[in-house]
Design a binder for this molecule. Structure first.
Ligand code: SAM
Length: 289
């Protein structure tokens, strides 16, 4: 028989009251209290006995126990010292959970994987992220090219829409390209505010990112590509030509225009209409100037 789930309103309130815990907004603390949503998150993560999971921000363990029941091992990073003794208690029935009291942004996750997850076949990050640092957490992990196969994470819906946006849509921006260069991004489910305590001010969504084996476009300098993408999106309403003319301000405007055409792209287009492949072509042409 399984213990009564942590993620019910009653059990969550009981744990919080017992420990005199108060929510800290600055840590992005909104705990999940809906077992259906938790089932959907772990379903979306394709967990199994060969999968090792990295969780960011276990809170009192609502999602952690759902992961622990299906995965081989869970390594959970929690920044708030007040939650460590609570997790010691709530996770007592799950010997495959290890809590690390550390700020994920300061953690050496690569070292941890070597030490703790050498014996798993696949690695997934599964988390209800602290929303104030969604982008630095995900980009930090993705750009390090760690052996993480997929990320199934809850975030603000607006951010989820940007990460998964396709060219030509209003949400498509430099972050969409940065994430989709490394991963295949899809929204797995959207989540109402009412399933959290306290309820956040924004709607949420769970995004699944699958690490790409190969980048969608071959470039000789990824840093140059990402900087160029930021330059191209600097002023969204302006044309590619205008944005790149200010970004490459050392080049004559006519030359910028000629180089964009040389990459096979019409200079009057806007950045938001370009695919990653087209940004790759631009990057190769401008890099050799
Ligand atoms: N997983 C729990 C749940 O779903 O109920 C809690 C999720 S809550 C949105 C975010 C959690 O991340 C909190 O427990 C918070 O203390 C923790 N957190 C915030 N910043 C963090 C950081 N930099 N490193 C690790 N954990 C962090």
């Amino acid at each position: 028989m399984l213990e009564k789930d942590i993620a019910t309103m009653g059990k969550t309130r009981e744990i919080i009251q017992k420990h005199g815990f108060t929510f800290k907004k600055s840590f992005g603390q909104n705990f999940l209290t809906d077992t259906n949503i938790l089932t959907k998150i772990v379903d979306a993560a394709d967990l199994g006995p060969d999968v090792g999971v990295i969780e960011i921000g276990p809170g009192i363990g609502a999602l952690t126990e759902y992961i622990a029941r299906r995965a081989k091992k869970v390594i959970a990073y929690e920044i708030d010292p007040r939650l460590i003794p609570i997790l010691d208690e709530t996770m007592v029935a799950y010997p495959n959970v290890k809590v690390i009291h550390q700020d994920i942004l300061k953690a050496d996750v690569g070292e941890m994987i070597l030490a703790e997850l050498a014996d798993v076949k696949e690695i997934a990050v599964v988390a209800n992220l602290p929303y104030y640092i969604t982008t630095p957490i995900l980009m930090g992990l993705i750009e390090k090219r760690l052996p993480i196969d997929r990320y199934v994470t809850m975030m603000q819906k607006e951010v989820a829409e940007r990460l998964s946006a396709k060219p030509g849509t209003k949400d498509y921006n430099a972050l969409s390209i940065a994430v989709q260069y490394f991963t295949d991004a899809k929204i797995a489910l959207t989540v109402p505010k009412t399933v959290f305590i306290p309820a956040p001010n924004v709607d949420s969504a769970v995004v699944r990112l699958d690490r790409r084996q190969e980048p969608p476009v071959q470039v000789s300098d990824e840093g140059f590509l990402m900087d160029l993408v930021h330059g191209a999106f600097r002023q969204r309403r302006k044309t590619l030509h205008n944005n790149l003319a200010s970004y490459f301000s050392h080049l004559p405007k006519a030359e910028v225009s000629a180089l964009i055409s040389k990459a096979g792209i019409e200079p009057s287009r806007r950045a938001e209409t370009l695919s990653i492949q087209e940004f790759g072509q631009l990057s190769q042409v401008f890099q050799n100037v």
